[in-house]
Write a protein that binds this ligand. Structure first.
Ligand SMILES: Nc1ncnc2c1ncn2[C@@H]1O[C@H](COP(=O)(O)OP(=O)(O)OP(=O)(O)O)[C@@H](O)[C@H]1O
Ligand SMILES: [Mg+2]
Length: 262
């Protein structure tokens, strides 16, 4: 690989394996994601896709191999540290803060930007008020970006599932990430919502300059959106490349035999 390619790489997964007791959930996986790419990971249930997200975002430690984010090793670092470095994610099962409004959820995502400590927050300080106001404006702006600003003051628990998913993406964006990992963002969405989400993901990349790493089962979504696709099966990378090439790969067709998804 030339120097130019290295400059463009924002995330490297290098020979990564993850073990759960006797189960090898990921086996020597390597790939690189370039800045500004929409890179998708597909594969049958249990292939290791969420595990890959968990190792990249610091929830699991690899048994071997390295993860580099913007050229710095992040495997072994805490998820909160990796998040502060500019990596955000959503979860396969929504993990919004129950009992809080949509706006409060997004504000909670962005709190690292509020540069005040506990004691400074106790005293009246116009600087703090200003920062708070700015944070609220930013959070509202993110809800508007996702097209759900009308729900800002609704408790998240009461919102339709499709709206909750958008709030979760807004919350992830509130950290100001360079890379955003979305685990099955289209799951449970209808066709119209799925189309809207594809448009949103393009805008996240084009207007906010965020690199996207997606796990998704919906093939129309993956093939219509991704610059490159990586296929996992039983913890191994079977194929990687442009959507058309990957779809035609005999090993991929074989891995998906019997699956309705492809
Ligand atoms: N925390 C864990 N402890 C033990 N085993 C786990 C753990 N997380 C995942 N596994 C196992 O690792 C394998 C990969 O799981 P993973 O959740 O990464 O699959 P996936 O590709 O995301 O599947 P799905 O499409 O169903 O979400 C599975 O066999 C799963 O049971
Ligand atoms: Mg999963």
């Amino acid at each position: 690989m030339g120097a130019r390619d290295t400059d463009r790489t924002i995330l490297s997964v290098d020979n990564v394996s993850v073990d759960f007791g006797g189960l090898r959930a990921l086996n020597r996986c390597s790939f690189e994601v370039s800045k500004g790419e929409i890179y998708s990971i597909i594969g049958p249930n249990g292939a290791g896709k969420s595990t890959l997200f968990n190792v990249v975002s610091g929830i699991h430690r690899p048994a071997e191999g390295r993860v580099l984010f913007r050229g710095r090793r992040v495997d072994g670092l805490r998820p909160s540290r990796i998040s502060r470095m500019g990596m955000a994610r959503s979860f396969q099962n929504l993990e919004l803060f129950s009992g809080m409004t949509a706006l409060e959820n997004v504000l909670a995502g962005g709190h690292r930007h509020l540069g005040y400590g506990f004691f400074r927050g106790l005293v009246f300080d116009p600087g703090v008020r200003r920062e708070e106001r700015r944070a609220r404006e930013e959070a509202r702006g993110l809800l508007a970006f996702l097209g759900v600003e009308g729900y800002a003051n609704s408790p998240v628990d009461d919102l339709p599932y499709g709206v909750q998913k958008k709030v979760e993406i807004a919350r992830a964006l509130a950290t100001g990430p360079g890379v955003l990992l979305l685990d099955e963002p289209a799951a449970g969405l209808n066709d119209r919502e799925t189309g809207e989400l594809m448009d949103t993901i393009h805008r996240i990349r084009d207007e906010r300059g965020v690199t996207l790493l997606l796990v998704e089962h919906n093939m129309r979504f993956v093939m219509g959106l991704s610059d490159r696709v990586c296929v996992l099966s039983f913890g191994r990378i079977l194929a990687e490349g442009g959507p058309e090439r990957v779809r035609a790969d005999p090993a991929v067709v074989e891995a998906y035999l019997g699956e309705t998804a492809c």
